[in-house]
Design a protein around this ligand. Structure first.
Ligand SMILES: CC(=O)N[C@@H](CC(=O)O)C(=O)O
Ligand SMILES: [Zn+2]
Length: 317
């Protein structure tokens, strides 16, 4: 599938999306994606679509086996140009070797041979509900897909997190595809499978595959607008000189992902009960609040800003 090319009536044209992968277990303890992909590797009937080559794939089998996020280093940060071109074979961290293998199988990243779409299934301990993660505000195909999913799920909520920040974005497993789509569903504890979260992820994927199928059959999707939450800032816990946290997410913020945090609102609470207030200059929308995996990444939550993105009409070339 080539990148969009607009013709005179501003309809972006993309080649049909023929090769689609579904990644589960990029983090070995995020159980909905692990379970769904293992299920679909046994019986792929529900993910089959005419004319589509669909490949469910366990990205980090060693981490899945141990039920940990990663073995040596975070696979979902490993797809940097340096790592993908590193020599060193078995001396390299396991997930760097794995990233090179995945890049060979589903990329190469940035090439015409890369897979058209990769869905990367994640769970979060945060109360984020159903979330789609978008890496480019310019990807009309992904914007149209996310618009379709949101409408299909309505009135249930499915929000779009735009992770395009020049300093905070990271090199994900899915980024080897032309159209990377992150799926993040929570709250689900690490190593735990919750049926409501499992089913929500399954339904999101069904609608995503239906969209690709309709697109490949030649349906034109008219121009649309999509509300997204753009990542602004990484907020860390207050820490002492040894790096230990000295406060926790404030009760008024805990579980309030996507709700407005206004200047002066409490965001952390010290262990002796004092509140620490948000000092920003405008209202923001926090998310990934108190995600277990991010303590080591010095992150208590990210702030976002609401933005409306316009997507051009798209149709198969
Ligand atoms: C909780 C979690 O793993 N979230 C994913 C988000 C993403 O896929 O961009 C990560 O940190 O890699
Ligand atoms: Zn994850």
């Amino acid at each position: 599938m080539s990148n969009g090319s607009s013709n005179n009536n501003n309809t972006a044209r993309f080649d049909a999306a023929r090769r689609v992968a579904i990644f589960g277990g990029t983090h070995g303890n995020e159980m909905s994606g692990v379970t769904l992909v293992n299920l679909w590797m046994q019986n792929s009937a529900e993910i089959q679509r005419k004319g589509l080559e669909i490949k469910p794939f366990i990205t980090n089998p060693k981490a899945v086996e141990k039920c940990v996020r990663y073995v040596d280093t975070d696979l979902n940060r490993a797809f940097t140009p340096e790592n993908l071109s590193a020599t060193g074979g078995d001396e390299l961290p396991y997930e760097v070797q794995r990233a090179q293998e995945i890049n060979r199988m589903f990329g190469p990243k940035g090439s015409a041979e890369a897979y058209d779409v990769i869905f990367d299934l994640h769970n979060t301990t945060s109360n984020m509900g159903c979330t789609l993660i978008l890496e480019s505000s310019k990807d009309a195909f992904n914007l149209q897909m996310m618009n379709y999913i949101k409408k299909a799920l309505a009135p249930a909520s499915c929000l779009v997190l735009l992770n395009e920040h020049p300093l905070l974005k990271y090199s994900t497993s899915r980024s080897v595809a032309k159209h990377p789509v992150g799926m993040e569903v929570g709250p689900q504890p690490q190593g735990v499978l919750r049926s409501n979260i499992f089913e929500a992820m399954r339904v999101i994927l069904k609608h995503a595959l239906d969209f690709i199928s309709l697109f490949n059959e030649g349906m034109e999707f008219p121009p649309c607008t999509v509300e997204v939450f753009r990542v602004l800032e990484r907020m860390d816990y207050p820490r002492d000189a040894n790096g230990n946290i000295i406060a926790m997410v404030h009760p008024n913020l805990q579980d309030c992902d996507w709700e407005p945090l206004n200047p002066g609102d409490p965001m952390f609470q010290t262990f002796d009960g004092k509140s620490i207030h948000y000092q920003g200059s405008s209202t923001v929308y926090p998310t990934f609040i108190n995600e277990a995996a991010y303590y080591e990444k010095q992150q208590a939550f990210v702030t976002t800003r609401r933005e409306t993105l316009a997507a051009s009409a798209i149709r198969k070339a």
